[in-house]
Design a binder for this molecule. Structure first.
Ligand SMILES: C[S@@+](CC[C@H](N)C(=O)[O-])C[C@H]1O[C@@H](n2cnc3c(N)ncnc32)[C@H](O)[C@@H]1O
Length: 256
C-alpha cells in the first residue's frame, strides 16, 4: 500500500465500508493491499463452470471493484455486481460488470434470476448474516450454484487475519471486525434452510506468494491452494435444490 494511500485513510470504525473509498486506488494493483483478493478471485472462479445457457447470469455479491471479472470473462455469463461502495462499483463497471448499488441483505433482484451467485470475501463483513444468506439463496435459480469464500470465526483466524496481518507493512488496519467472522457450521445450516447444501473446504495462500508479497516482489502468480483445515480461510460450494421447505409455510416450489 502506498504512503499516499495510508496518509489519506481516515480513522473509521472497524468494518466501515467507507474504508474502501479511501483504498479505491488499491483494488487493481495486483501487488497492492488487495493482492490476496486477486488470488482468491482466481481460486473462486475455478469453482464456476461455463455458463449453462445463453444469457446466464452471475450475481457477484459484494463485488468490490470486480476482481472476479477477468477470471469469468470467457465463461459466458452476464456479470452483475452488487456492492454498497459506489467507488468500487464504478471500477467494476469498467471491467464489464453490471453495477448494482445495494446492501447484500436486501438485493433488488428477482427470485431465481441467477445461475450462479458468488459471495467472495463478503460474508465476514455483513452485520446480518442470516438475511444475506437468505438473499443469496433467494436470487439463485433451482439448480443454480452458490460459491463463496470467507474467514472462519476461530481464535486462529482472528490472530492471523487481524492481530498479525494488521501489523504487517502494506496491510490496511480496521477492514475486519472479527466479531463478524463466519462459523462454517452456522453458514451450512443457514444455506440448508434455503435449499442449498453447502460443502466447504479450507484454503490458504502459498508460502512463496505471501513471502513475495511481503518482500515487495512481484506476486502476479500468487496462488490459493486447498488445505486440510478450515480454521482460517475456507471456500464453499453448493447447488440449490428444486423445492425448499419453509417451516410453517409448507413447500415453496422453486423448480422452473
Ligand atoms: C473484502 S471486499 C471483497 C470484494 C470482492 N468480492 C473481491 O473478492 O474482490 C468486501 C466488499 O464488500 C462490500 N460490502 C461490505 N458490506 C457490504 C454489504 N452489507 N452489502 C454489500 N456489499 C458490502 C465492500 O464495499 C467491499 O467492496
Amino acid at each position: 500500500m502506498s504512503r499516499a494511500t495510508l496518509d489519506h485513510m481516515r480513522t473509521l470504525p472497524r468494518n466501515d465500508p467507507r474504508q474502501y473509498d479511501d483504498l479505491a486506488g488499491e483494488w487493481w494493483r495486483p501487488d497492492g493491499a488487495f493482492a490476496m483478493l486477486h488470488w482468491l478471485a482466481q481460486a473462486r472462479a475455478r469453482l464456476i463452470p461455463p455458463a449453462p445457457r445463453p444469457g446466464a447470469v452471475l450475481v457477484d455479491i459484494g463485488c468490490g471493484a470486480g476482481l472476479l471479472a477477468p477470471h469469468v470473462a470467457g465463461k459466458g455469463y452476464r456479470h452483475v455486481g452488487v456492492d454498497v461502495t459506489r467507488s468500487a462499483l464504478e471500477q467494476a463497471a469498467t471491467h464489464g460488470v453490471t453495477p448494482v448499488l445495494a446492501d447484500a441483505a436486501a438485493l433488488p433482484l428477482m427470485d431465481g434470476c441467477a445461475d450462479v451467485v458468488a459471495a467472495g470475501e463478503i460474508l465476514e463483513h455483513v452485520p446480518d448474516l442470516p438475511a444475506t444468506v437468505a438473499e443469496a439463496c433467494r436470487v439463485l435459480r433451482p439448480g443454480g450454484l452458490l460459491v463463496l469464500d470467507t474467514l472462519n470465526a476461530t481464535p486462529l483466524s482472528r490472530l492471523i487475519a487481524v492481530t498479525i496481518a494488521e501489523r504487517l507493512h502494506g496491510v490496511p488496519r480496521g477492514l475486519h471486525d472479527p466479531a463478524l467472522f463466519v462459523d462454517p457450521r452456522v453458514l451450512r445450516a443457514q444455506c440448508a434452510r434455503h435449499g442449498v447444501a453447502l460443502r466447504v473446504r479450507g484454503v490458504r495462500p502459498t508460502v512463496p506468494a505471501v513471502a513475495g508479497w511481503l518482500a515487495g516482489t512481484s506476486n502476479r502468480r500468487g496462488r490459493i491452494v486447498p488445505t486440510w483445515s478450515t480454521a482460517v480461510l475456507y471456500q464453499g460450494r453448493g447447488v440449490k435444490e428444486a423445492a425448499v421447505l419453509y417451516p410453517g409455510r409448507g413447500v415453496k416450489q422453486v423448480a422452473e
